[in-house]
Design a protein around this ligand. Structure first.
Ligand SMILES: CC(C)(COP(=O)(O)OP(=O)(O)OC[C@H]1O[C@@H](n2cnc3c(N)ncnc32)[C@H](O)[C@@H]1OP(=O)(O)O)[C@@H](O)C(=O)NCCC(=O)NCCS
Length: 172
């Protein structure tokens, strides 16, 4: 597999079935009980900030972004990020994260958070969120709560339970 043959596109509704398949293969049925999954169930993700990698007309990897809130703080949550097994280790995951971060910044986001492996996300700019500052709706290893701060001071505003931003909206 040549990484140069892979192209990157903003996500579109037509990609949904393939993205679902890739996530099912990457995370298995356990994905439905994850904290991040529960948060994402609270509303839509941001398609214009989410990306797919394509090869030979098929989706081979995906990253999604979702608006979240925690106390007074607002951020985007990155995930799921998944790459088809045959396409791993050629830089697609890192490229998708970089695209998502860059686009988030251009869209005015102050921070991007995620639940993930520090050894993978650290080199991409993510740092641990101080223990106890935020909590998740399902148990997570607190060392896996990471953030990239785009606008200084944004991460410090995040406090308490993280949820989809739409869950905080009061119906008119
Ligand atoms: C994790 C994942 C997205 C990485 O995508 P990828 O396109 O294969 O990764 P890249 O090619 O950008 O980077 C590969 C490098 O990351 C490393 N890496 C991969 N997963 C890692 C992890 N969980 N922790 C630390 N390093 C990791 C690889 O060993 C490789 O290192 P090298 O460059 O020193 O050889 C992909 O393996 C995947 O879909 N995994 C299953 C789903 C998942 O775990 N998603 C992340 C949820 S937080």
């Amino acid at each position: 597999m040549n990484a140069d043959d892979v192209t990157y596109l903003p996500e579109a509704p037509a990609h949904d079935p393939e993205i679902e398949e890739i996530n099912a293969e990457a995370f298995g049925p356990g994905r439905f009980v994850r904290a991040a999954y529960h948060i994402r169930e609270g509303g839509p993700h941001e398609r214009q900030l989410s990306f797919v990698a394509m090869h030979d007309g098929a989706v081979v990897a995906s990253v999604r972004m979702t608006r979240v809130a925690a106390g007074e703080g607002r951020a985007l949550m990155l995930g799921p990020l998944a790459v088809k097994p045959a396409y791993k280790n050629i830089g697609i995951g890192r490229r998708l994260v970089k695209m998502a971060l860059e686009t988030a910044g251009q869209a005015g986001a102050g921070a991007v958070i995620l639940v993930g492996d520090e050894p993978y996300y650290g080199p991409l700019g993510f740092k641990r969120i101080p223990r106890g500052q935020i909590s998740m709706p399902r148990p997570v290893d607190l060392a896996r709560l990471l953030a990239v701060e785009i606008k200084p001071g944004t991460v410090a505003l995040l406090s308490g339970m993280v949820d989809h931003e739409d869950r905080l909206k009061v119906p008119a």
